[in-house]
Design a protein around this ligand. Structure first.
Ligand code: PLP
Length: 486
């Protein structure tokens, strides 16, 4: 059994407090050559006791060892569906660390940061060309933040026309952030059931599309990895009845250079630059959720907007219909530099190939696994594929399979999402994985399915090769112990 990625997970490591040795120091100072003074009482801390006393090498080794406990895209295959955990080329990091980019102060006057503004402007143009939306804001800090920006623009558009619609339609396959965003913008969420084939049907949308509906929020391809094939007719219908269509663009990695959401009739879409355009994510680091809109919605874009002025660029806040400012400063700039570097490295043909390979890889996994794992929606998959645990033997469930994959050295796929699939196992390989990696992962999945038949306790007790065994996930989330002593 291989275990490429878990070696760090099996080590033990004491806390710094436990490593402490009284009198040990991580610094050395030369002898005083000025008179010693007593520190004022009010400036010295009394309350810290038992503070760890360690040498520099103790501390460096401690944190270096801890860093090997992490599992990342750089250490192994990370098939977390919907998250597009592709490998992030290091050249993007080099670009983001160029001193002129990394150290530019957010309050630098426009005329002194023309290079940075030029990059933002050109990134807007590239995203516009990729998505088919004429106007783009780069300001939102994440996909969910982009949803908020997009839905606020939809609300502002309705209000500018004197309309006060109260509802938003959301398919049952949607990501949880979609209904959360709609509710945050004051809308009532109306769920729509997708059809037996896993996609939205025109008649279901027609039945729900009343005069009180402000928008439909749809993900395309949806979270089952299926292309919403009636999207053009659905957009027409929503528009005829006075609504707008919001697209959750988290799955854009299936469409680059192949289809443009703006051409399909969608009005607003967010991008997840940290998914599709390669910025490290998953550890809570910064992301970016730019939003593309049609001409009709452009006046509502958040301020400031990056505009071209003669030969130069500037930030413009003189936009009376704007929904306002979303962030103290203009976006997560380092993420925008990475996305620009990635787009320029690949170019139009490279981006298209990335999507084609992402779809091919997902279909390869599907073809190798669908004989063994239950495939609830047999329609054509795009960049991810969703199985269920229905055929898993020995009383084992999706969670057991996911935990067992850790023993085999893999980050588990997304599980129990989308909600329409009971025991969902959602696998998104992305384009960056080689055939050998995909084959090894398939072997692991097939071997675990066989273990469920022969020795189900291996799954039920997994993970067994890690330092910490299966945790009580509820208690870990609700009652975390964050202090080393009570
Ligand atoms: C990731 C994701 C989001 C939210 O994006 P964040 O950048 O994590 O805020 C929304 N919808 C779908 C389908 C996603 O996969």
């Amino acid at each position: 059994m291989s275990s490429v990625g878990t070696s760090g997970l099996v080590l033990n490591e004491k806390l710094l407090f436990e490593h402490s040795d009284p009198g040990r120091r991580g610094y050395s100072l030369s002898a005083l050559d000025v008179p010693a003074v007593e520190l004022p009482q009010e400036l010295t801390r009394q309350e810290i006791s038992g503070f760890p006393e360690l040498s520099e090498v103790d501390v460096v080794r401690h944190f270096t060892r801890l860093s090997t406990w992490n599992y990342g895209v750089d250490s192994g295959f990370y098939p977390l569906g919907s998250c597009t955990m592709k490998y992030n080329p290091k050249v993007n990091e080099v670009a983001a660390r160029i001193p002129g980019f990394a150290q530019v102060h957010p309050l630098t006057p426009d005329e002194l940061c023309q290079g940075a503004l030029g990059l933002l402007f050109k990134l807007q143009q590239a995203l516009a060309e990729i998505s088919g939306f004429p106007a783009i804001t780069l300001q939102p800090a994440a996909g969910a933040h982009g949803e908020l920006a997009g839905m606020l623009m939809i609300r502002a558009w309705h209000e500018s026309r004197g309309g006060k619609r109260r509802k938003v339609l959301i398919p049952d396959t949607a990501h949880g952030t979609n209904p959360a965003t709609a509710a945050l913008c004051g809308y009532e969420v109306v769920p729509i059931a997708s059809g037996p084939d896993g996609v939205l049907h025109l008649d279901a949308v027609a039945a729900a599309m009343t005069d009180d509906v402000a928008a439909l929020m749809v993900t395309n391809p949806n979270t089952l990895g299926l292309f919403e094939s009636s999207i053009v007719e659905i957009c027409q219908l929503v528009h005829e009845r006075g609504g707008l269509v919001y697209c959750d663009g988290a799955n854009l990695n299936a469409l680059l250079g192949i289809a443009r959401p703006g051409d399909l009739g969608i009005d607003v879409m967010h991008f997840n630059l940290h998914k599709t355009f390669s910025t490290p994510h998953g550890g809570g680091g910064p992301g970016a959720g730019p939003v593309g809109v049609t001409e009709a919605l452009a006046p509502f874009l958040p301020v400031p907007v990056v505009v071209k002025d003669g030969e130069g660029y500037r930030l413009c806040s003189d936009r009376p219909d704007s929904i306002g400012r979303l962030k103290a400063f203009y976006g997560n700039f380092g993420v925008l530099v990475r996305a620009w570097a990635y787009i320029r490295t690949l170019g139009p043909e490279g981006l298209k190939l990335a999507s084609q390979m992402a779809v091919l890889n997902a279909n390869y996994l599907r073809a190798r696994l669908e004989g063994t794992f239950h495939l609830p929606y047999p329609g054509r998959s795009l960049h991810e594929v969703v199985f269920s645990d229905r055929k898993l033997a020995g009383g084992c469930h999706t969670l057991d399979l996911a935990k067992r994959l850790i023993d085999y050295g893999y980050h588990p796929p997304t599980i129990y999402f989308p909600l329409v699939v009971k025991g969902a196992i959602m696998i998104e390989p992305t384009e960056t994985e080689s055939l050998e990696t995909l084959d090894e992962f398939c072997e692991a999945m097939l071997s675990i399915a066989q273990e469920a038949v022969d020795q189900p306790e291996l799954l039920l007790q997994a993970p067994i090769r890690t330092r910490v065994r299966r945790m009580d996930e509820t208690a870990a989330a609700r009652k975390p112990r964050l202090r080393w002593e009570e």
